[in-house]
Write a protein that binds this ligand. Structure first.
Ligand code: FE2
Ligand code: FE2
Length: 301
């Protein structure tokens, strides 16, 4: 066995790690707009050519707005997915039922937390930042796929939050401590979700032939391409917001668009694709599936 995850011990560590919204951000707390909010390893805004340091910071904050919005969208399709996994087996293994319901409850709390951060952001940010959506339509498009493919996308997302947290502590002491703690508290619970989702993936994979797994990987890529299109559109919205704040058109907009789209790819797709635990699960399922995903990963680096 390449891991020792099980429902009972994961539930126990989940219950130990639990926190409340106010531990991360009180409703009346303000974000620090004199600082960056996203780690540079994710937002890559210090590397944007042709902007002053102040303008790079504004773009970094717009990337933070994207982060809050994207996770809002992701958690909203994750919640019904987890509930769907729990519901058919409510009379089964009690540890499984409780672990999955707790998982769902934590994701509902994360949705609430991301909304609270988002509210604090829009309270002080000078312009409106547009977001792709509506989230219901994005969720419906993803959830129409084979649940096994969806579970792999979710597993990738759960592990990527670990990379985000590490980025936020390793990078720079300069980012808003509230954002740092957002990533820390999110990671604390996501670490358990990733284990539970590994168990879900394995259950959904059971009895599938190599051909069927291959088909699910096709769907994984379909969902990935759909998300990537969304990220591309979101980059356009982000630069529109930046131009509004700084009061000028960017002469090298195309170049910045490509660079920032790539930063989004790494943040929301690539950093999960290359996570060792994600790769280990894929390899266990099917070496061919692992190889296909490894081959695509550089595009999202
Ligand atoms: Fe979450
Ligand atoms: Fe999660």
């Amino acid at each position: 066995m390449y891991h020792d995850f099980n429902f009972k011990s994961t539930l126990a560590s989940s219950l130990r790690a639990q926190w409340e919204l106010d531990d991360v951000l009180r409703e009346d707390q303000e974000l620090d707009f004199s600082r960056n909010m996203m780690p540079e390893s994710l937002a890559r805004t210090a590397a944007v050519p042709g902007l002053t340091a102040d303008e790079q910071r504004v773009l970094n904050q717009i990337a933070a707005h994207e982060y809050l919005s994207m996770f809002g969208i992701v958690e909203e399709f994750l919640l019904p997915f987890v509930l769907d996994q729990a519901r058919p087996e409510l009379r089964g293994d009690d540890w499984r039922v409780r672990a999955l319901l707790n998982f769902a409850g934590e994701e509902a709390k994360h949705i609430h937390l991301f909304k609270r951060f988002h509210a604090a952001f829009v309270r002080r940010f000078p312009v409106e930042c547009q977001v792709i959506g509506p989230s219901e339509a994005i969720g419906a498009e993803i959830l129409r796929h084979d649940p096994f493919a969806v579970s792999l996308v979710i597993l990738m997302i759960e592990w990527m939050t670990q990379q985000h947290y590490l980025g936020s502590i390793k990078d720079d002491g300069d980012i808003d401590p509230l954002f740092k703690s957002l990533m820390k508290f999110h990671w604390m619970e996501e670490a358990q979700h990733a284990k539970l989702d590994t168990l879900i993936v394995e259950a959904l994979a059971e009895g599938r032939t190599e051909e069927q797994i291959d088909k699910a990987i096709d769907e994984f890529f379909e969902i990935g391409a759909f998300l990537d299109d969304g990220l591309k559109q979101q980059t356009i919205f982000n630069l529109d917001a930046l131009e509004k704040v700084i009061g000028r058109k960017l002469e090298n907009r195309e170049e910045i668009e490509a660079q920032q789209h790539q930063a989004g790819r790494w943040t929301f797709i690539g950093s999960g694709m290359v996570h060792e635990r994600f790769k280990a699960t894929l390899k266990q399922l099917s070496p061919r599936a692992a190889a296909r995903i490894a081959e695509a990963a550089p595009l999202f680096a």
